[in-house]
Design a protein around this ligand. Structure first.
Ligand code: UDP
Ligand code: MN
Length: 188
């Protein structure tokens, strides 16, 4: 059985985390997976950088255990169907198909995306307002247009962060990282 690391980018959403753990742990146990949950907490008041936290989570989880499968989840996304198995498939898999977003990075690498059917892939997103320090990045459309050019040097291989604290709870590992996030989008 492969070991699955579940990575959650996080800052200041403890209420959601409580719900996520409450719903997900029983489901993950029913799915009989060997898994670890890693909450990657962005330190400080800088602009929230979800992708960087996901990358840091990948690196940190591997330091803890010999994982061979990685699942990335928002803290507010709760699957509605037990059959949506949190394991790895032959292709990168988009679990929350009802929350469709950008998938082309994967396509640039010559891979394709695996998905559950639309019944199994139903998700509930806990209602929330947009957080402070998490406004839409005005440069995103431009960045996305140039992904193919930037993706070889913008990711794990250029990742810089420092670990400030690792707290191991029975149900999850809470890792606080400083990713040197700028105070606003002007410098990104
Ligand atoms: N997030 C967080 N704190 C924030 C902003 C985002 O923990 O202040 C994390 C959290 O896991 C959240 C995810 O990043 O579910 C995506 O952010 P958000 O839910 O705001 O995005 P949207 O709902 O617009 O997809
Ligand atoms: Mn959300």
């Amino acid at each position: 059985m492969p070991w699955v690391a579940i990575i959650i980018p996080f800052t200041n959403r403890h209420e959601h985390l409580k719900h996520w753990l409450y719903f997900l742990h029983p489901m993950l146990m029913r799915q009989q997976l060997d898994y670890g949950v890693y909450v990657i907490n962005q330190d400080g008041e800088g602009v929230f950088n979800r992708a960087k936290l996901m990358n840091a989570g990948y690196v940190e989880a591997l330091k803890q255990n010999d994982y061979d499968c990685f699942v990335f989840s928002d803290v507010d996304l709760v699957p509605l169907d037990d059959r949506n198995i949190y394991k790895c498939f032959d292709n990168p898999r988009h679990l929350s198909v009802a929350m469709d977003k950008f998938n082309f990075r994967i396509v640039f690498r010559g891979m394709s995306i695996s998905r559950p059917d639309s019944e199994t892939g139903r998700y509930k997103m806990i209602k929330h307002h947009r957080d402070l320090h998490s406004e839409a990045n005005p440069k995103n459309p431009d960045k996305l247009r140039h992904t193919q050019r930037s993706m070889d040097k913008d990711g794990i291989n250029s990742l810089k962060y420092t670990v400030k604290e690792i707290v191991k709870d029975a149900l999850y590992t809470f890792i606080t990282v400083d990713i040197q996030a700028p105070a606003n989008y002007k410098n990104i």
